[in-house]
Design a protein around this ligand. Structure first.
Ligand code: C2E
Ligand code: MG
Ligand code: MG
Ligand code: MG
Length: 280
């Protein structure tokens, strides 16, 4: 009977695997159609100075306008994009929308998320700079967000790409800092302008992991100060978190407290002069 149960279980497992494989194939086919239709749009979320709430820039976040399911966030499809290699096409479609938006909204910087895959292409920097140029956007207003993994793969090539971008005024930010391998030597070897402290540490500042989170955030901030690197706290949701981060010496923040990622209206007069938040 144990054997029979085992077989049942393995059959059920096969079935689940098959269903999952089919679902992923569907998703991939959907994605290919969406690429044909240019169905991706950036949402923008403000990045603010923690001391006074002034908006200094925005992060562009990928959304998929799906025929049946409406607006989908990356958690629904990014993995398949990465695994299939479609992420490069999706990102380039998105970056085009981003620089077009920047052309219409002349304030502040915009940071874009860059998949590690892009760092396999030697011409990534030139392509991005060309795209900004065509849209009439000053490359100094553009920033890229990368994860530590992107630097690990082929460090010399990553250094060349970041170097070209830096020479042309495009700063690089390390995203989700603290969650990767965090080989601190990166910070020396690559031109990194800012660290985005991962939201798990910001969330941890209030919970039962407070002591560890606090120690980590302190260590990251001390390191950044020593190296002259900016810091941005991610996922700031409460006034308490904002105050704590600011007191610890973190300069910038991003999170629901300041604004959720939002779809830009076509006429965005409201956004041209972002109102300062009334925080002290
Ligand atoms: P990320 O770059 O670390 O982006 C921050 C994520 O945190 C975003 O999720 C944002 O909506 C969310 N967030 C912002 N403030 C808060 C907050 O106060 N609380 C909480 N709980 N969450 C907050 P989103 O938009 O779903 O993006 C998820 C991830 O997908 C991004 O993480 C990034 O790694 C990736 N991604 C987003 N856009 C792109 C893109 O254009 N290209 C590529 N390759 N990846 C992207
Ligand atoms: Mg990011
Ligand atoms: Mg992040
Ligand atoms: Mg993240």
């Amino acid at each position: 009977r144990a054997k029979a149960r085992g077989r049942d279980r393995s059959e059920r497992f096969d079935e689940e695997m098959r269903a999952e494989a089919i679902r992923l194939l569907d998703l991939e086919a959907d994605l290919r159609r969406a690429i044909q239709r240019d169905a991706f749009e950036p949402y923008f979320q403000p990045i603010v100075r923690l001391a006074d709430g002034v908006v200094v820039g925005h992060e562009a976040l990928l959304r998929w306008r799906h025929d049946q399911h409406g607006w989908l966030p990356p958690s629904e499809f990014l993995r398949v994009c990465e695994d299939s290699g479609l992420i490069e096409q999706v990102d380039w479609l998105l970056y085009r929308r981003v620089v077009e938006w920047m052309g219409r909204h002349p304030d502040g910087y915009v940071s874009i998320n860059v998949s590690p895959r892009h760092f396999h292409a030697e011409d990534f920097a030139d392509r991005l700079l060309d795209m900004a140029g065509e849209a009439g956007v000053d490359p100094r207003r553009l920033r890229i967000e990368i994860t530590e993994g992107a630097l690990l793969d082929d460090a010399p090539r990553a250094a060349r790409i970041l170097g070209t971008l830096r020479e042309n005024g495009v700063a690089a930010l390390l995203d989700d800092f603290g969650t990767g391998f965090s080989a601190l030597s990166y910070l020396h070897r690559f031109p990194i302008q800012a660290l985005k402290i991962d939201q798990s540490f910001i969330a941890g500042l209030a919970g039962d992991t407070q002591t560890e989170s606090l120690a980590l955030v302190r260590a990251i901030l001390a390191l950044a100060v020593t190296l002259g690197i900016e810091t941005i706290g991610e996922g700031v949701e409460t006034e308490q978190q904002r105050r704590l981060l600011a007191d610890l010496g973190c300069t910038y923040g991003q999170g629901y407290l300041f604004g959720r990622p939002a779809r830009p209206a076509d006429d965005q007069r409201r956004r041209v002069r972002p109102p300062a938040l009334s925080v002290r």
